[in-house]
Design a protein around this ligand. Structure first.
Ligand code: R5P
Length: 283
């Protein structure tokens, strides 16, 4: 199998290729003077099976993924791994005239197999014109947390949508988990309803699929600190960290941040490469 790492997922593609003992193809990425992207796969692959690994954190990443797909049109089989899929939170039409952006993105990706990692909503998988499978990174986060030293820890999800993540991460550790109730007021602002969870004097690991503006995490951290939690840690699969999200978390009193390498950031201490490699080997 040939692994092609997109610009946004070079580290993860390298790790997946290493885990599988596969051939890692090198591509180049440039921009034309007018700003358009230029993408070229430099190594030979014609006639072979290829796997493109590219997170679509921004619009350019999505265009680069389409370019890589087109460059692979002569390959015998094409697998696409989208470790973080941008636009996945736009999975419904909230107002008349809106697109279902996640559907528009998914429909443009033509491949034999598509893999996502903790996609925002699994219903999006049905929009792909390919066999689409969502992989779960939370056991890897659970394993990482297991090697840390905590004081009477509890895992908490900031809303009921993330309860499955908390359950999976906590089950490996044999510790308690719970969830809070979140109301989103705007793109950047949320309120978290206080709930009677025994956090006083305990370390708390808050887990969510995405940290984007950091609004959800910062509110949750501040509330749990107010309730007497000892150390509060923020864990997520996808560290989008737009704008000043990291500062917001530290301002709220976070003790540490744990994230995966679906997006390559300084806090990406957990690799999802073994999960992706296992899924590709099972095709
Ligand atoms: C929302 O449903 C997601 O699970 C996350 O809670 C959300 O995307 C986090 O966004 P932000 O960091 O902007 O609050």
């Amino acid at each position: 199998m040939n692994i092609i790492g997109g610009l946004a997922s070079q580290l993860l593609a390298g790790r997946v290729a290493g885990a599988m003992g596969s051939n890692l193809l090198v591509s180049e990425f440039k921009r034309f003077p007018d700003g358009e992207l230029y993408t070229r796969i430099l190594d030979d692959f014609a006639g072979d099976n290829v796997t493109i690994i590219q997170s679509t954190v921004n619009d350019s990443d999505f265009v680069a993924l389409l370019q890589l797909l087109d460059a692979c049109s002569e390959a015998a089989r094409i697998n696409v791994v989208i470790p973080y899929m941008g636009y996945a939170r736009q999975d419904k039409r909230f107002k008349k005239g809106e697109p279902i952006s996640a559907r528009a993105i998914a429909r443009a990706i033509k491949a034999d197999n598509v893999f996502t990692v903790n996609i925002h909503d699994e219903s999006i998988l049905d929009y792909f014109d390919a066999k689409a499978v969502n992989l779960d990174a939370t056991p890897m986060i659970g394993k990482y947390i297991k090697n840390m030293e905590f004081k009477n820890p509890v895992v908490i999800a900031p809303d009921d949508g993330a309860i499955g993540l908390a359950r999976n991460a906590a089950s490996d550790l044999g510790i308690d988990y719970d969830f809070l109730e979140k109301t989103r007021l705007s793109g950047e602002s949320v309120t978290i309803q206080p709930k009677n969870i025994a956090v006083e004097g305990r370390d708390v690991i808050i887990i969510d699929d995405i940290i984007s503006t950091g609004g959800t995490m910062a509110e949750t951290i501040a509330m749990l600190k107010n309730q007497g939690a000892h150390g509060v840690f923020a864990a997520c699969v996808h560290p989008v960290f737009s704008n000043n999200a990291v500062l917001k978390l530290f301002k709220a009193g976070v003790r540490g941040i744990i994230a995966t390498d679906t997006i390559d950031k300084g806090v990406s201490v957990v690799s999802v490469a073994p999960v992706i490699a296992a899924a590709l080997e099972a095709i």
